[in-house]
Write a protein that binds this ligand. Structure first.
Ligand SMILES: [Zn+2]
Length: 436
């Protein structure tokens, strides 16, 4: 018998989400030193250590949310159902201008981490302000995150101009450069809020430290028209011309690329964070995801911030994506359940260039594991575990969440955050949002 730290026994279905979609039935996963060391039938007989039961559960990799603004949980639902311009100018920007601080971001991110853990998310990509507060939350709960400060050409709660934003980003990168769980990144906000000079300086910084370059691109028709008017090109072509497109770029939204631009994304190996619910709620449009996938673009999934979604349920998001693109293309075979789940697992890991460490359940990878409870009438009978997850379940069916071999959620309870304190924080900030 060999020693293990944790053995998950008799898991009804293991969907490894590796390149071959390898599956196991009634099998075990063995964890040691934060990593998966064995997987398969009757493995529990070869090891001793703490065990938890996987009976009536589906094991999938920890889910990856590749685009969010975590602290915006404190503005969840604020000013909904208005035109984008009204929503931003009369609700979101004034509230952010008045309130965004280290404390706001810390409290908002704590709430976001609770919600993401509850919904099976183990890794997320965040762009906001006061990312040191986000890092603090992430550290306290033991999640993983790619963190970048939004860099803009005008003053933000974090910096008075783009140069200060870039300098602060460099300090942040240096601080977390070698961290196992926090992956610092560079976050120029968008082509319409960053000059070509800012975009390029930010890109050079990402190259210098070999980190991700995270940016909103082609989110709305307004942006496409604006960039065309200012620079004579559509957004992706504009970025190509500025010289800031390669494999380290993770572009959020990508709702309105042309055919030619999709070819550029594929050729440059730019990754896309698809945020269907935000695009629907804000009436931004429907991204041509099946076409991007067909042309070889890696497409991952993101919730965007809760002010525009309004939740962080990534399983709900892949369900929306799968159904939206079938309806939009009038083709029920596009984005099947396996492909949809891949967006939130292996392709999410590829989008953040961490596929050697996370994104699938394989020996040697970090033990970031989600167990879905299927012992409930609304999830029975199971003919296909992939369709059961994507079409029948939601994030609240997540029973257990393990990150780095540590149990963070058990029996649908988040163990690492105090729910009562979070509810009080939400109330405190609601008052401040509404105060003059
Ligand atoms: Zn966003």
């Amino acid at each position: 018998m060999k020693k293990a730290d944790l053995i998950i026994t008799d898991i009804s279905y293991i969907l490894t989400m590796d390149e071959n979609f390898t599956e196991y039935k009634d099998s075990d996963i063995v964890i040691k030193d934060g990593k998966i060391i064995d997987i398969g039938k009757n493995k529990k007989d070869e090891y001793f250590g703490k065990t938890i039961s996987g009976k009536n559960k589906i094991a999938i990799p920890g889910l990856i949310n590749t685009h969010t603004h975590a602290a915006m949980t404190l503005l969840r639902g604020y000013g909904s159902d208005n035109p984008l311009k009204v929503w931003l100018e009369e609700y979101i920007w004034p509230a952010e201008g008045k309130l965004v601080s280290y404390e706001f971001v810390k409290d908002g991110t704590d709430i976001a981490c609770y919600e993401m853990l509850r919904n099976g998310v183990t890794t997320f990509v965040d762009m906001y302000f006061f990312e040191d507060a986000v890092a603090q939350s992430v550290k306290e709960v033991g999640m993983r995150a790619v963190l970048c400060t939004g860099i803009l050409d005008f003053p933000t709660p974090g910096a008075k101009n783009a140069d200060e934003g870039i300098a602060k980003t460099e300090d942040f990168i240096k601080h977390f450069e070698k961290d196992e769980n926090i992956f610092p990144a560079v976050g120029p906000h968008a082509p319409y809020t960053c000059s070509p000079d800012t975009l390029k300086k930010a890109f050079n910084l990402a190259e210098k430290y070999d980190v991700l370059y995270h940016i909103h691109v082609s989110e709305t028709q307004f942006e496409v028209n604006d960039i065309k008017e200012r620079y004579g090109n559509t957004p992706v072509k504009h970025l190509e011309k500025v010289g800031v497109l390669n494999e380290r770029v993770l572009a959020a939204h990508m709702v309105h690329p042309t055919e030619e631009e999709i070819d550029i994304l594929a050729e440059k190996n730019v990754k896309v964070a698809h945020c269907p619910e935000s695009n629907l709620k804000l009436a931004s449009g429907v991204a041509p995801i099946p076409k991007m996938i067909e042309k070889g673009v890696t497409v991952a999934i993101g919730t965007d911030g809760t002010a525009s979604n309004d939740d962080l349920d990534i399983i709900g998001e892949i369900s929306t994506a799968a159904k939206l693109h079938k309806g939009y293309t009038l083709n029920p075979t596009v984005l099947n359940a396996k492909e949809a789940l891949k967006m939130a697992t292996l392709d999410g890991a590829k989008a953040i260039r961490k596929e050697d460490k996370i994104g699938s359940l394989e020996i040697g990878k970090f033990a970031d594991i989600v167990l879905m409870d299927i012992n409930d009438p609304h999830l029975q009978p199971v003919f296909d575990p992939y369709t059961q997850i994507v079409y029948s379940s939601n994030g609240k069916d997540v029973d257990t969440v393990i990150i780095n071999g540590d149990i963070k959620v058990l029996n649908k309870k988040v163990l690492v955050l105090n729910k009562k304190e979070l509810l009080e924080k939400a109330q405190k900030w609601k008052k401040k949002v509404l105060e003059d």
